[in-house]
Design a protein around this ligand. Structure first.
Ligand code: NAD
Length: 489
């Protein structure tokens, strides 16, 4: 059965359809970057909130920004399917639940008509603009400053009708200010540290470069709440589409799938109102920082601590690697003895339970993430995920072996071959040739001079370097598995 408003009532019983009348809803949120994650996360929460009395004004207008074949195709499918799609959530035990999500009621392909997209954002009913434009989409440098001299941004600032997320939003805000419509909230849902602050920096810098008065008005009137978003949502290949449609009995041209776990914690700072998301499982807080800390230092860090040795050992996916009890035990100890002691959890959060939950999520075979995808861009990820833990462990004189092992595995992983001699491709946009040469140098300690480790104070802790070198030698002599086994045993 193809998916559209007309066929919603004919869908197989196992597909839950919207429990509200889509025709009666209007858009109160505009979302920029309608990728898989938005469709599995924010649009799912809004799909639930639309069932609530008095919430029919909070549906979503999706905005596609990029002029790519993938986005052209998405716009065409959205039109054919009345913006409907199926989301299948898989639990670690293999059970699943499928929902036809109806919360996106309109789709504007900004790349094809920028003026129309800006006009849509000036509608007074649009009270929130949410974003998933990827980490790189914020154009921030290592110090967190917006790169006004980036060619994309320079070109956009010179256009009469801009095309970047910053250009569209700032132009809409300019018109809203002039017409007296007033501001909307800008809510980043990207995986960045302090994403609200990052968004504020980027949008205000862009607006100020266009018009300092507008920049000042945005700083004063627009709010940029931070949010912590969590739900593992893999990319969808052709085989996944076939598998999902066979499972659901629907001919959906863009189905998505995700783990059953989901979390969204938002700073309660909305300048123009918000839906009652707390009634559908969203947590509101004054400070997202502690939640972000737990997620980055436990979930994301253990993903890296698993993927780097896992790749060397020749494993392919997260669930396969974690079936190895040696790696499982390694992660358990990393979470309990290295990461947890230096985290101040949010009130009511048990780190021991969180650790168990992380390991449980990694076992989910249905969302089996590729280890190489998790390991990719470790050059950007390790400073964010591990620096505070390393500083805590080294500073307090605790056993640093697991962190030295992770570091040694990272440096060995950069050589691009498994212990069995199978080559693989590394994707490390943040590591240039000079830096890579340090990792691959004959002197096995040279890799520690890479900028990745700049915040680790390693010169004050020479025994860490000694251990990294010993572990690297051992990995080369007897393999990663034996090296870990000898230490663990
Ligand atoms: P995706 O590839 O499906 O979608 C990315 C979207 O961002 C696309 O619509 C793309 O056009 C748009 N985009 C990319 N670069 C852009 C730019 N420079 N300007 C404007 N738009 C741009 O990926 P996804 O899985 O939806 O992930 C998107 C983001 O969501 C991630 O980068 C991450 O920050 C966040 N996130 C994802 C997950 C996950 O498990 N997939 C989990 C937590 C957070």
């Amino acid at each position: 059965i193809p998916l559209s408003n007309a066929t919603l009532h004919q869908l197989p019983i196992q597909v839950t359809t919207p429990r509200y009348d889509r025709q009666k809803t209007t858009a109160g949120i505009a979302h920029l970057g309608v990728g898989n994650f938005h469709r599995a996360h924010q649009a799912m929460y809004i799909n639930k909130v639309l069932e609530r009395e008095g919430h029919q004004g909070w549906a979503i207008v999706g905005v596609g920004l990029r002029n790519t074949p993938r986005e052209d195709r998405r716009a065409a499918i959205m039109a054919e399917q009345d913006n409907l799609y199926t989301l299948t959530a898989f639990a670690p035990d293999g059970s699943h639940e499928t929902n036809a999500i109806g919360s996106i009621i309109e789709y504007v392909h900004a790349a094809k008509d920028r003026a129309a997209a800006i006009k849509r954002l000036t509608d007074p009913n649009i009270k929130i603009v949410t974003l998933t434009i990827t980490e790189g989409g914020y154009y921030l440098d290592a110090e967190g400053n917006f790169t006004l001299d980036h060619p994309d941004i320079k070109a956009d600032l010179a256009r009469d009708v801009p095309e970047t997320a910053f250009g569209l939003v700032c132009e809409a805000l300019r018109q809203r200010r002039e017409s007296g419509t007033g501001p909307f909230t800008v809510l980043s849902c990207d995986n960045l540290r302090h994403n609200g602050k990052a968004a504020r920096t980027a949008f205000c810098a862009y607006a100020t470069a266009r018009d300092p008065v507008l920049g000042a008005w945005i700083k004063e009137n627009v709010t940029f709440p931070s949010s912590m978003v969590d739900r593992i949502t893999p990319s969808v290949g052709d085989a996944d589409i076939t598998r999902l449609n066979a499972l659901n009995g629907v001919a959906d041209q863009m189905p998505i799938f995700a783990e059953d776990f989901t979390q969204w914690v938002i700073e309660d700072n909305f300048c123009d109102g918000r839906p009652e998301l707390e009634t559908v499982g969203v947590q509101f807080t004054d400070d997202v920082g502690p939640y972000e800390q737990v997620k980055l230092r436990m979930l994301n860090a253990s993903h890296s601590m698993l993927a780097l040795p896992g790749v060397l050992m020749g494993y392919d996916t997260v669930p396969h690697a974690i079936e190895d009890t040696l790696l499982l035990g390694h992660l358990e100890r990393f979470l309990a003895e290295d990461a947890s002691p230096f985290i101040t959890p949010p009130k009511g959060v048990s780190l021991a339970q969180y650790a168990q939950q992380v390991l449980h999520r990694f076992r989910n075979p249905a969302v089996g993430d590729q280890l190489l995808r998790i390991a990719s861009d470790s050059g950007s990820k390790l400073p964010v995920f591990l620096t505070d833990t390393v500083n805590g462990v080294l500073g307090s004189g605790r056993d640093h072996w697991r962190l030295a092992f992770g570091t040694a595995c990272f440096l060995e992983y950069l050589r691009g071959t498994t212990d069995q001699g199978t080559p693989y491709t590394i994707t490390e946009p943040a590591i240039n040739a000079e830096q890579l040469a340090l990792a691959r140098a004959e002197d096995l300690a040279a890799g520690l001079q890479m900028t990745v480790f700049a915040g680790w104070n390693l010169k004050d802790h020479p025994s860490f370097a000694t251990d990294v070198v010993k572990i690297r030698q051992s990995i080369r002599a007897q393999g990663t598995h034996k090296t870990l086994a000898q230490h663990a045993g």
